[in-house]
Design a binder for this molecule. Structure first.
Ligand code: UDP
Length: 440
């Protein structure tokens, strides 16, 4: 139920359903972002309605996550999984369903936070039709993604044009790292309003003693374990990681094991990439060293991070990269590509090492360096257990986002105010006056 004492806001994430299991079909970081942000904003006093597309016939229309945060599934095309590159044609129906929901429930959302360009299109229409305040988070940018792909999908031109339009017209873009902001300015435009608010991790990402974690997972004590966590998508660069394992094997690194976490069943969308990686593992004769663990949920992942020697993120492109901060929170050193948000979250020589993307030799060198530096690993574990590595939290992220929402809503009725959200964001929620809240 909508509580009338709370300000109601809408998060729209049409293809990434926050109630869906991660790594089902195309689920990943965006599902986590929307769910954690929604729940944390609700804990700060907002009434949060998250809108997504109904993609399974038996899914309930509404899922209540907590008393003031729920997911609402709208009809837009057939209630079955549709790859995101084919979803744009259903967005007008999504928009109609959203408007119908507002009318039927006598609710009006004055602020809409859209996620990914498809929802961004819906947001642009709502901005025009309903005069809403529009906040947008890209999560991934066509202009960068297509650069790493051999052939572009048919939707590419539409997506690129819309991504620019969203930057020009949204009331504010929320980038998750300074690097993402830089990319937006470089590739789209210098003119949009962009605020940087990083993602977070939940408290269950903390370090367990390595021996305890290995025992729990049945991993051998003497193994040198490289861990990959994430989707099977070409831009994730798993290919480079597998090739670097072959290089390490050639260098006679003993007891080497690669654990690949993530991926859905083979008949789903990530099947071709998973097949390709499995074939590469076979071609490089790494079957004995490689374990495909499948999808693991967040209750179990801290055990995996804690048990591993190094977490490897070989992405070719990464706007933020939640896996990096999860591993760091568990005290596991990270070796990652020097791209996007990974340049922001990883402190070289402190929490990990950064290497050029698509370079299996550089990746192998860095992995070897970490495997050989026990003192560093011990220091990281200590820092993690004392909570020092817990720099990124969803509560902090939501506090900043909440302050920004308040500022934008207040500004929308005080015309001609210069854009200066920092003034508002310096204040905490408890310092907001009654007038501020009434305005909102
Ligand atoms: N993830 C998970 N189980 C898996 C694989 C991945 O829960 O089996 C989660 C992972 O912990 C992280 C998210 O999926 O929270 C991936 O986010 P990231 O930003 O690293 O990548 P994205 O999916 O956004 O490209």
């Amino acid at each position: 139920m909508v509580n009338s004492e709370r300000q109601v806001i809408a998060l729209i994430s049409d293809y990434a359903d926050p109630s869906e299991e991660i790594d089902m079909e195309e689920a990943g970081g965006q599902n986590i972002y929307v769910r954690e942000m929604g729940e944390s904003l609700a804990a700060l006093g907002w009434q949060v309605d998250i809108f997504t597309r109904k993609s399974h016939p038996n899914d309930p229309a509404i899922v209540q996550h907590s008393p003031h945060c729920r997911t609402i599934r709208l009809q837009a095309g057939p209630a079955t999984f549709i790859p995101r590159d084919q979803l744009f044609e259903y967005m007008p129906e999504f928009l109609d369903s959203f408007q119908a929901f507002q009318a039927k429930n006598a609710v009006r959302y004055p602020l809409i936070h859209t996620n990914y360009w498809l929802s961004g299109w819906v947001g642009l229409q709502l901005q025009e039709q309903n005069n809403v305040q529009l906040i947008h988070t890209y999560h991934s940018l066509g202009a960068v993604k297509y650069d790493t792909m051999a052939s572009k999908p048919a939707i590419a031109e539409t997506r690129l044009a819309l991504e620019s339009e969203i930057l020009a017209k949204a009331d504010c873009i929320l980038a998750t790292s300074p690097q993402e902001k830089e990319t937006l300015c470089d590739l789209l435009s210098e003119t949009g309003r962009i605020e940087v608010i990083p993602c977070g991790t939940t408290a269950n990402f903390h370090s367990f003693p390595k021996n305890e974690a290995r025992e729990k997972l049945g991993w051998a004590e003497q193994d040198k374990i490289l861990l990959y966590v994430g989707r099977f998508a070409p831009r994730k660069g798993i290919e480079t990681l597998v090739k670097s394992c072959a290089e390490l094997k050639q260098r006679k690194v003993e007891n080497l094991k690669l654990v690949i976490v993530g991926g859905s069943s083979l008949d789903r969308l990530d099947g071709p990439e998973r097949n390709r990686i499995e074939q590469l593992v076979e071609a490089l004769e790494l079957q004995d060293q490689t374990h495909f663990a499948g999808r693991i949920d967040h209750d179990w992942l801290p055990w995996y991070y804690s048990a591993a020697d190094v977490c490897v993120i070989p992405s070719y492109y990464e706007p933020f990269g939640l896996v990096a901060i999860e591993a760091i929170a568990c005290g596991t050193p990270v070796v990652a590509s020097k791209v996007g948000g990974l340049r922001f979250t990883i402190q070289p020589e402190e929490t990990g090492l950064l290497v050029p993307p698509k370079d299996e030799i550089a990746l192998a060198d860095a992995i070897e360096q970490v495997l050989g530096d026990e003192a560093w690993v011990t220091k990281l574990k200590k820092q993690a257990s004392s909570g020092m590595n817990q720099g990124f939290s969803w509560q902090n992220a939501a506090l900043e986002v909440s302050d920004l929402y308040r500022y934008i809503l207040a500004r929308s009725i005080m015309h001609d105010q210069p854009w200066n959200p920092k003034v508002s964001r310096l204040r905490t929620i408890s310092e907001m006056t009654v007038t501020d809240i009434a305005v909102v």
